[in-house]
Write a protein that binds this ligand. Structure first.
Ligand SMILES: [Zn+2]
Ligand SMILES: [Zn+2]
Length: 108
């Protein structure tokens, strides 16, 4: 899979027995639809459900889903977490540093 942010090939990592796609180049993270276990573990459900359309503050380029060949929607969720969402495959993309819950999860 290509990174929605920088088009590098993403690497699959196993974290706490959950498979995630992470970009070795920019550190972005993709969560596929159905990775509810990970979303639950990270406590992300409330973040994602509260997402509203908003321009990202630290990135000027639009993230793109290369699986669907369409631009992703820039959203801002609870706690001002910025992420991108593909309305084709419902994939989520988080920039490096956006997912502090994830960083804590990995390090823990
Ligand atoms: Zn990347
Ligand atoms: Zn897609």
């Amino acid at each position: 899979m290509k990174c929605p942010g920088c088009t590098s090939d993403m690497a699959t990592n196993m974290v706490h027995s959950i498979e995630i796609d992470r970009c070795p180049s920019c550190g972005g993270i993709v969560l596929d639809k159905g990775e509810n276990e990970l979303i639950d573990s990270l406590g992300l459900a409330h973040v994602i459900e509260g997402g509203v359309t908003a321009a990202h503050e630290h990135r000027t380029t639009t993230a793109r889903c290369y699986e669907c060949e369409r631009d992703m929607h820039a959203l801002k969720g609870a706690g001002d977490v910025e992420y991108d969402w593909c309305d084709g495959c419902e994939r989520l993309f988080f920039d490096r540093g956006e997912l502090t819950a994830f960083d804590a999860f990995v390090d823990g």
